[in-house]
Design a protein. Structure first.
Length: 126
């Protein structure tokens, strides 16, 4: 199975190189771009293993960029969305977890609730 996956990546890389050759033809129309695109297409269809070294590099660069940009996106989301909301809640005095009362006294912060659970309480627990 690993060979088939590797072949698929090689074929994908060959097709991507063919597409790049065709795009270069759009920028500078010449016979060389069409010839190169045709050769790349034939190679990717007949012996895709020829593209395997380039495929390894191509997919390694893709994985590195994915890791970099996902980290960057999550960091920006935290800094631009979560942090300002936290600052606004702190300035407004919101304390839903009662953290301001922590260690203020010797008692527990847990609330005592005298409630007898009924079957209808479990129908919609959320």
């Amino acid at each position: 199975m690993a060979g088939k996956v590797h072949d698929i990546k090689s074929v994908d890389t060959g097709m991507a190189l063919t597409l790049l050759a065709l795009l270069s033809y759009q920028l500078h129309p010449n016979r060389a771009s069409i010839t190169i695109a045709t050769i790349l297409l034939l190679l990717s269809m007949t012996i895709p293993g020829i593209f395997s070294p380039f495929a390894r590099a191509w997919f390694a660069i893709g994985e590195a960029l994915a890791k970099l940009f996902s980290t960057l996106l999550l960091t920006l989301t935290f800094l631009l969305l979560v942090t300002p909301i936290g600052i606004i809640r702190r300035i407004s005095g919101k304390d839903p977890l009662n953290l301001g009362q922590w260690h203020m006294g010797s008692g527990s912060l847990l609330r005592q609730r005298d409630h007898r659970w009924q079957p209808h309480d479990l129908e919609r627990p959320y």
